[in-house]
Design a protein around this ligand. Structure first.
Ligand code: NAD
Length: 442
């Protein structure tokens, strides 16, 4: 099929590359001219494991191309995917301006029956709005489909190729058949495709993300309580996770959820509830618990070093909101950097993939240095903070860490080190929901 992807970010580029890999002819459109130029020259603009290979293969086979020209890109399209940003507005609602602007443009550009698929995360009612906008200027038949994306950054290629499920929201039998054919290669009994009405499809994405943040927040609460009671959250996690009804996954406590999706999606659903006179109290709790959890490591730091951190330098490992991505949107690390600098301290930060994005985010920020390597970040620092569980940090040479730090203190927001190991290296070690390790030789 001929496919056009409008918006070539994490979702659009993965979707386009994987659909091309399946034999479709895919044209990706973006308004970011620099990004498009880079992609035309064969450069992948984001870090996503496995993407580069798929991207390069399909450019070579002339199944994947990039343009800034929307009219040219949609002229021959059977399906147009909208993979556009839906950032939060001040009141928490999703900003649909990019989607509605493109919807306004599409009508006159359609040359034959086309299925327009919304892949962005959007509130209930958006498909109806897009339909109205396109219809205002269209002279051919078209259908609107809601097809929310559930991929995880870091596993995006695998998630797209072998999805837990594909959700298709449409009332049109014709569009349903087009989508069934498109996803045929990606779905089977284990990877089902669910057809439903468009409102349910739109809401299903928010429901999934809310449930995941609920799991995270619940375990963070159990972790915080464990610290007060002298319990070990690792043991509790294993004990409850072995119950099938609970499940082992997503039970790891930490320093709060971040990223481009969870924070904005929870706030958007909260807004939707308010706008529909529904008091979704659980959402408010999740939002405020997470705000607290993002700075829990800095609280521990202050309890150890005092509220005034001037004259102190802290090494920070991990800046992306989770491992295997360079995405720093709403990353807990940014909140940690800001809080330390506000308290007078200095931060020397390092991430294997996100350094550049952090540099762009802060510009020249007094108190913040970006290190070129994990170990150089440690030299002369008063403590190491871990904000993202990249595997290179898990397998760090702890002897070297202890030697490079001014004092061997580690504040681990992701529980990546074993308590006994930290004790044997004589670290002061604080993590989330587990007993503190104190130094024997002080
Ligand atoms: P992104 O910010 O990485 O990419 C969006 C792209 O759209 C950018 O390249 C931008 O230049 C482009 N763009 C903006 N306006 C445009 C326009 N008028 N015409 C053409 N291009 C335009 O966003 P993303 O992370 O890919 O997310 C896209 C949507 O998918 C959001 O609604 C998000 O919530 C949802 N989503 C994201 C993820 C994820 O892991 N990132 C997962 C599931 C769903």
């Amino acid at each position: 099929m001929n496919i056009t992807i409008v918006g070539t970010g994490y979702v659009g580029l993965v979707t386009g590359s994987c659909l091309a890999d399946n034999g479709n002819i895919v044209t990706c459109v973006d308004i970011d001219t620099e990004k498009v130029r880079a992609m035309q020259q064969g450069q992948v603009p984001i870090y996503e494991p496995g993407l580069e290979e798929v991207f390069e293969r399909n450019i070579k086979m002339e199944r994947l191309s990039f343009t800034i020209d929307l009219a040219q890109a949609v002229a021959t399209a059977d399906i147009i995917f909208l993979a556009l940003p839906t950032p939060p507005r001040d009141d928490g609602s999703a900003d649909l301006s990019a989607i509605l602007r493109v919807a306004d443009q599409l009508g006159p550009l359609l040359k034959h029956y086309t299925v327009i698929v919304d892949k962005s995360t959007v509130p209930v009612g958006t498909a109806a709005q897009v339909r109205e906008r396109v219809a205002a200027n269209a002279s051919v038949e078209f259908d609107i489909v809601s097809n929310p994306e559930f991929l995880r950054e870091g596993f995006a290629i695998k998630d797209f190729n072998t999805p837990d499920r594909v959700v298709i929201g449409t009332g049109s039998e014709r569009a349903r058949e087009v989508m069934r054919e498109l996803y045929n290669a990606f779905t089977d009994d284990e990877h089902p495709i669910y057809f439903m009405d468009e409102n349910s499809a739109e809401l299903s994405k928010y429901a999934a993300n809310t449930f995941l943040t609920l799991k995270i927040s619940f375990m963070n609460e159990i972790a915080n309580l464990s610290e007060k009671l002298g319990a070990n959250v690792d043991d509790i996690r294993r004990a409850i996770g072995s119950d099938d009804r609970i499940g082992r996954r997503f039970l790891f406590p930490g320093i709060g959820y971040g990223g481009s999706c969870f924070p904005k999606d929870i706030r958007a659903l909260h807004r939707t509830a308010l706008d529909n006179d529904y008091d979704f109290a659980l959402l408010e709790s999740i939002i405020s618990l997470n705000a607290h959890q993002k700075i829990v490591l800095v609280k521990k730091l202050k309890q150890h070093f005092g509220d005034d951190l001037s004259g102190k330098t802290f090494a920070l490992w991990g800046l992306s909101f989770k491992p295997d991505t360079d995405d720093i949107r709403e990353a807990p690390a940014l909140y940690i950097i800001d809080s330390i600098i506000r308290a007078g301290g200095r931060v020397v930060a390092y991430d294997p993939e996100a350094n550049e994005n952090v540099r762009k985010h802060y510009g020249q920020q007094p108190g913040l240095t970006i290190a070129e390597g994990a170990y150089p970040a440690l030299e002369g620092a008063d403590a190491l903070l871990v904000a993202t569980e990249w595997s290179m940090f898990r397998s760090a040479d702890l002897k070297r860490v202890a030697k490079l730090l001014r004092q061997p203190a580690v504040f681990d927001g992701r529980n990546i080190y074993d308590l006994e190991t930290m004790r044997s290296h004589d670290f002061h070690y604080e993590s989330i929901g587990r007993p503190k390790v104190t130094r024997a030789k002080v």
